[in-house]
Design a protein around this ligand. Structure first.
Ligand code: NAP
Length: 253
């Protein structure tokens, strides 16, 4: 299927590795020009080179910086001639016991996983409505639907973003002008982040077996769903939380 977005510009945040990179790859395959960001310059430049090799027809720009900061966001936005597609992403907060988290820990989580995406949406969405096309995809977490107790910082910050997006997406000012806002909720995906949280091969195998699909997801399949949400065909799909978890969530809805 031709997704009808060749020639558009996408800002894909936190995209040198893992799920963000999967989204950038899928968009580049569709002919979308991308600005990709990450804090570490080396991995980011390597990813930018891979993206250019995927599709010589697109322009790929790499901007090193922390998307949780105003400076990082300003640099990313300045590199993107226009943001037709915004993929919000950042590293997740650390696990722990809520008794150990002080105000600073909460502010860090809110900055990265709630306020940064909201700031980028604020900076881009009105121009999208004027052009009559816009797609915002926020990478959140399956933990928004089925909270994981040790990931309280993530549960809290991402639920705040989810509540905000639920109201935003339903504004007719956006929805009537072909601007959609959706969240993609990863379950367990085989990325650097997941590997760091699972101690050994035996635990890795057991964790995969506990998922009905009996495997972890991969960044390519995550990126493909993201690209569809960004497609011309997905203009009537807005305000949704799409869970990608191999059947792990046990509820009917
Ligand atoms: P990953 O493999 O660790 O990749 C994270 C990417 O984001 C890297 O490119 C990293 O590069 C970049 N990044 C992190 N913090 C950043 C920041 N503040 N500014 C700019 N770039 C930043 O992680 P992942 O598994 O793809 O996870 C992506 C998101 O999905 C995270 O929020 C994670 O919590 C969430 N999630 C993942 C899973 C899973 O199973 N993988 C499940 C649920 C939720 P630098 O470090 O160089 O900046």
């Amino acid at each position: 299927m031709d997704l009808g977005i060749a020639g558009k510009w996408a800002l894909v945040c936190a995209a040198s590795k893992g799920l963000g990179k999967g989204c950038a790859q899928a968009l580049v395959r569709e002919g979308v020009n991308v600005v990709v960001t990450a804090r570490g310059e080396e991995a980011l430049q390597a990813t930018a080179a891979e993206l250019r090799a995927l599709n010589a027809k697109v322009e790929v720009r790499a901007v090193a910086g922390d998307i949780a900061t105003a400076e990082g966001r300003a640099a990313a936005l300045a590199a993107c001639p226009q943001v037709d597609i915004l993929v919000n992403n950042a590293g997740g907060p650390p696990p722990g016991d809520f008794r150990d988290w002080d105000r600073d820990a909460w502010i860090k989580a809110l900055d990265a996983n709630m306020l940064a995406p909201i700031a980028l949406i604020k900076a881009t969405v009105d121009a999208m409505t004027e052009r009559g096309f816009g797609r915002v995809v926020n990478i959140t977490s399956g933990a928004v639907k089925a909270p994981i107790a040790t990931l309280g910082l993530s549960n809290g910050a991402r639920s705040g973003l989810t509540g905000f997006v639920a109201g935003l997406a339903r504004q007719s000012r956006l929805a009537s002008r072909n601007v959609t806002v959706n969240n993609l909720l990863p379950g367990a995906f085989d990325t650097d982040r997941l590997r760091k949280t699972i101690p050994d091969e035996e635990a890795w195998r057991k964790r995969a077996q506990a998922i009905p699909a009996q495997r972890f997801g991969n960044a390519d399949e995550f990126g493909a769903v993201c690209a569809f949400l960004c497609s011309a065909q997905a203009g009537y799909l807005t305000g949704q939380n799409i869970l990608l978890d191999g059947g792990a969530y046990p509820g009917t809805f």
